[in-house]
Design a protein. Sequence first.
Length: 429
Amino acid sequence: MPDSRFAIIDPSSGISGDMLLGALIDLGAGEEWIRALPARLGVAEVQVELAKVDRAGIAATHVTVRLGDGSSELPAVPVSHEHAAGHHHDDHAAPHAHAPHRHVGELLGLIERAPLSGWVRERALRAFRLLGEAEGRVHGVPADDVALHEVGALDALVDIVGAIEGFERLGVSCIYCRPVSVGSGWVRAAHGTLSVPAPATGLLLEGLEIGPNGPVTGEATTPTGAVLLRVLAEGPPPERWRAGATGWGAGGRNPAGYPNVLRVMLAEPAAEAGEVVVTATDLDDFTPEYLEPVRAELFAAGALDVQVWSTMGKKGRPSLRIEVLSDVSRADAMAEVLFRHTTTGGVRRWVASRSTLARREFEVTTREGSAVRVKVLEAPGGARVKPEYDDVVAAARRAGRPTADIVREVQQQAEARVAREVAAPVTDH
């Protein structure tokens, strides 16, 4: 799916589905897309409202999912601190004594029938199954029979599918997470007064790293927020990375003491990291024409570089050597790809140090309007530019032009841009 970029979710003030969705909209996932999502999910009566709000001085995007009758899910209310933090709690917010319900099995059916990619569908189904299992354990009913209040159910449906598809729209499938704040105290709920984290949230947080609550009082993390981390996050971020764009999603409440927001950062590997792991294997029973899919899987899993060459194996058999460079934190992922996608029975690893040039990236546009990324290496003798291969091939295919023409055009534009940057005077701001 995407390139080497990844996302880092920072739930230091907690996380809910609408906060994550707001952060992705803030990053550019698309306003018209999210407004059209309910109809694609078979609930056209649902409306999605977006607003720019202020949360303790931070401008963030707030998402409200509203039913046809105008109702929407409300934030859970802290018992003794009405002004304190809290985000909506998908099943336990304001009481709905006579409100209609939706069963988890019905929501799974909506997802199965919706026009979604396989990547999105698989994660959305897993999220609702986990949610149903957690609520089922709390209430003592089978997962598919768990009944969610109509408002909370459709809110969760849009939030969960929207958050997962939002990452896909941003071209990001590798997602990491910092420690989660759960909040503290008690909240009023449809089923009475509950301690934080609420029972279902506590079950869904199993396996996630919990961080300090800081000033957060009340419910900081909701079941929807917790389950999205379960199905999306691969663990803590790598030790070294380069920050890109940042998006902010707002919670429903606006406490005075701290910003009630979720931060999502887009990042890329710090390619100049000094220490890497080399994972290698030799194959004498693998068809070479299937090497390219293996290479693609390795890069998708976070490889920094993949090299393949011919060697001589035991008993004079011709064989192939695959060597993969990765960040130390991704070494296990590299081995898993090799075991899963090749015939190897074992891999070798060693740590290596390297020196690389600092690098950055920008985009230029061809005369047909195709965006092509350009890598800039800051060499001692001056910057060197190199167009991204995949973008060049795609632009050439769309334009019906030779790749050499695209490379030449992009190279000239990139070199001119770098020259202007070098010539631009430095000013104080």
